[in-house]
Design a protein around this ligand. Structure first.
Ligand code: UD1
Ligand code: MG
Length: 451
């Protein structure tokens, strides 16, 4: 059966106390919305509709960044989850299939659960996804069941004392045929504690129509809703635990798993070794057999087989490390390709550069890539040797097998095989140091005597 996915993402998320719309707060380096869209993609939906409202432009951009075919509809005023779903009515007017509603603030849904919902739709008209809460909390709608039948959903605020003790709660996910759902949404009212049009009222309305309404359960961790920074921190912790376990299962060594921070799109090959306290920001891939040593920070970069990074290295977007590259302590690399076997072992900045195979970049080398207005490129050939503390003032090019003397400030190109020295020549004054010391000591003694 064809399905249309509606992801609700218009709310401000008042309880987040933030300028950023709630669904754009990141979990594992990716906006919550992307997690929800990723989960929903398991249905292979005909339509992916994102309902945006608060800071709609930002939400639209994030939705399209994940799926360029997503359709973003606007909910100008946030009048409730039912009203939000209703904004997709126009886009779906010719759609004849099932609607699955997903919340942008419920990031951990598993594909299997969605499939289970669709399977249950074969035998029921409306299927709601619920979960048992371990501890009673003053949030989440309560699912009032009569055997297999979902009688109604009551929001915590609207629930009687008895209903508040129900542990079977609403995740927000709902599946129903499109035509019926939109008919029922026209019948919802905002006569409740929040004065909102609740999607949850649909359960009661469907019963009134004599339709079969049921709720299936999934694990609490899967449908945990994120409404506050506390929830966000808990959700991120949960994401990290799961992502680490997956990597360990995939044959990656995490020396101290609890200290490694991962992103939704982190890719690490088998037999790679990740030492303690490493941060993987978005867009990192590390090939098999590479080693990322302790306290390194990586984002938007690629590390090939056999490379060793860190300890204390920073790889920024566009860092491309080929096989067996070495990046050592306190080295920052940005928008730079390092060919096979090249080494930057200590205290360097390599930005907007390419380094040829087997070249050695001495300690303290800096590519001076920025003139205050524009960025410029440094090209270093193969098997070159850059002396310690060389300043490479870009744009500049160093040929294959060329050398620069330590402390040089290189402002023009160096041809292949040449040695470039660009520093003041050494001056030596015999006996001068001794004389200076004596002068200084005498001065100090005079000062002590107060003369
Ligand atoms: C909702 C459910 C509750 C459920 C809980 C699960 C309703 C009425 N309540 O409550 O039963 O237990 O989620 O986490 O459905 N949104 C819009 N437009 C609006 C209002 C909300 O797009 O006008 C979006 C929000 O951006 C969010 C989602 O809908 O992504 C849920 O809204 P939220 O305010 O978090 O609802 P809860 O109070 O958590
Ligand atoms: Mg919520």
């Amino acid at each position: 059966m064809s399905a249309a996915l509606i992801i609700l993402a218009a709310g401000k998320g008042t309880r987040m106390n933030s300028e950023l719309p709630k669904v754009l707060h990141p979990i594992g380096g990716a906006p919550m919305l992307h997690h929800a869209m990723r989960a929903g993609a398991a249905l292979d939906p005909e339509h992916v509709i994102v309902v945006a409202g608060h800071e709609a432009d930002q939400v639209r951009a994030a939705a399209l960044a994940y799926d360029e075919n997503a359709e973003v509809v606007l909910q100008e005023e946030q009048l409730g989850t039912g009203h939000a779903v209703d904004q997709a009515r126009e886009v779906l007017k010719d759609f004849d299939g099932d609607i699955v509603v997903l919340f942008g603030d419920t990031p951990f849904l598993r594909p299997e659960t969605l499939e289970r919902m669709i399977a249950t739709r074969q035998t029921h008209d409306v299927v709601v996804l619920g979960f048992e809460i371990a501890e009673l909390q003053p949030r989440y709608g309560r699912l009032v069941m009569d055997g297999d039948r979902l009688v109604k959903i009551v929001e915590y605020k609207d629930a009687s004392e008895d209903e508040q003790t129900i542990r079977f709660t609403n995740s927000g996910l709902l599946a129903c045929d499109a035509k019926t759902l939109f008919e029922m949404l026209s019948e919802t009212s905002n006569d409740n504690a929040s004065g909102e049009y609740y999607l949850t009222e649909v359960a009661e309305l469907a019963n009134r129509r004599g339709l079969s309404v049921t709720a299936i359960a999934c694990d609490e961790t899967e449908t945990l809703g994120v409404d506050s920074r506390t929830d966000l921190a808990a959700a991120d912790a949960l994401f990290q635990t799961k992502a680490r376990a997956e990597l360990l299962g995939d044959g990656v060594t995490l020396v101290a798993p609890d200290t490694v921070y991962l992103s939704l799109d982190t890719v690490i090959g088998r037999d790679a070794v990740i030492e303690p306290n490493v941060v993987f920001g978005p867009g990192v891939s590390v090939e098999s057999g590479a080693t990322i040593r302790a306290f390194s920070h990586l984002e938007g970069c690629h590390v090939a087989r056999g490379a060793i990074v860190g300890p204390y290295a920073r790889l920024r977007p566009g860092a491309e490390l080929a096989e067996d590259v070495r990046i050592g302590n306190f080295v920052e690399v940005k928008n730079a390709t390092l060919a096979e076997g090249s080494k930057v072992n200590h205290l360097s900045y390599i930005g907007d550069a390419s380094i040829g195979a087997a070249s050695n970049i001495g300690a303290g080398t800096i590519t001076c890539n920025y003139d205050g207005v524009m960025k410029h490129f440094t090209h270093i050939g193969e098997r070159a040797f850059i002396g310690s503390n060389t300043m490479l003032v870009a744009p500049v090019s160093i040929g294959d097998e060329a050398m620069t003397g330590s402390g040089s400030v290189i402002t023009s190109d160096v041809e292949a095989g040449a040695l470039a020295l660009a520093r003041a020549p050494q001056v030596e004054k015999p006996g001068m140091a001794r004389k200076l010391f004596e002068m200084l000591k005498a001065k100090k003694a005079r000062m002590h005597r107060g003369s």
